[in-house]
Ligand binder design. Structure first.
Ligand SMILES: Nc1ncnc2c1ncn2[C@@H]1O[C@H](COP(=O)(O)OP(=O)(O)OP(=O)(O)O)[C@@H](O)[C@H]1O
Length: 243
């Protein structure tokens, strides 16, 4: 069943479109990767889905319901969670306090406590550091915190904007292991990456975005095997090649 359907959305900041006529679909339990170079429009796509920016035209439907005009909070309550680029950890709060903020959409304190316990089980490093300031975590640990916090709302769709950006190879391994685990648990993922080197590990389908438009889309195996695509749109970064 289609969970997210986007049809021909155009988003403008001023007169120039940041993305134009972008369409995509994500089925329940599927992982879609969107790849593209700097400025391709990847973050703008995530902002449009999560209701932070409003498209000038087009349709966005989640589970058959239009998301247009709902805004970020109502969109989150419907089950769309974003791990934004740059992670957005709350300064001045501990790891535990940062995580607690992720439980605010849950119905009651007992389900919040249960979700926190599950989260600490999945992310043992966060349990170890739970009373420390979140800003003292390494970049990879902060990325885990951002993912854990997004998962606490029990989202039906998890969007990750460049989760491997700026991380050491060991931490990229860790993040992709987490994504693989989420996928095996049936989580629906929209994975945004500038560097496509690792997406073959999790993506079912891939969309290549360039200059705000979809240049190619298809099964991950087909897109990743297309050398012309990465030469043309991804700065020659080898698709599916290890870092
Ligand atoms: N708030 C804004 N105001 C004006 N233009 C913007 C704004 N945000 C993004 N843009 C422009 O929109 C286009 C798409 O940007 P976007 O951040 O969506 O791309 P991206 O693929 O996520 O890039 P990156 O990988 O560098 O984050 C770019 O030309 C960018 O300069």
């Amino acid at each position: 069943m289609t969970l997210l359907a986007i049809e021909n959305i155009t988003v403008k900041y001023g007169p120039i479109p940041a993305i134009r006529d972008v369409s995509l679909r994500i089925g329940e339990g599927e992982t879609l990767a969107v790849v593209g170079a700097n400025g391709a429009g990847k973050s703008t796509l995530t902002l449009a889905i999560t209701g932070i920016v409003r498209p000038a035209s087009g349709r966005i439907e989640f589970s058959g319901r239009s998301l247009l005009g709902l805004g970020p909070e109502a969109t989150a309550r419907l089950g769309v969670a974003l791990v934004p680029e740059g992670r957005h950890i709350f300064e001045g709060l501990t790891v535990d306090e940062n995580l607690l903020l992720g439980t605010t959409v849950l119905a009651d304190r007992s389900s919040a406590r249960h979700a926190m316990a599950q989260s600490y089980e999945m992310f043992p490093i966060l349990h170890e550091r739970r009373n420390g300031m979140a800003t003292r975590l390494s970049g990879g640990e902060q990325q885990q915190l951002a993912i854990a916090r997004a998962l606490l709302s029990k989202p039906r769709l998890l969007i990750l904007d460049e989760p491997s950006l700026g991380l050491s190879p060991v931490m990229v391994d860790k993040i992709y292991a987490i994504l693989s685990e989420l996928k095996s648990l049936g989580t629906t993922l929209l994975l945004i990456e500038q560097n496509p080197a690792r997406i073959d590990e999790v993506a079912d389908r891939v969309i290549v975005l360039s200059s705000g438009a979809v240049q190619a889309s298809g099964l991950a195996a087909e897109i990743l095997a297309d050398e012309q695509l990465h030469a043309s749109y991804l700065g020659g970064v080898a698709l599916g090649a290890r870092q």
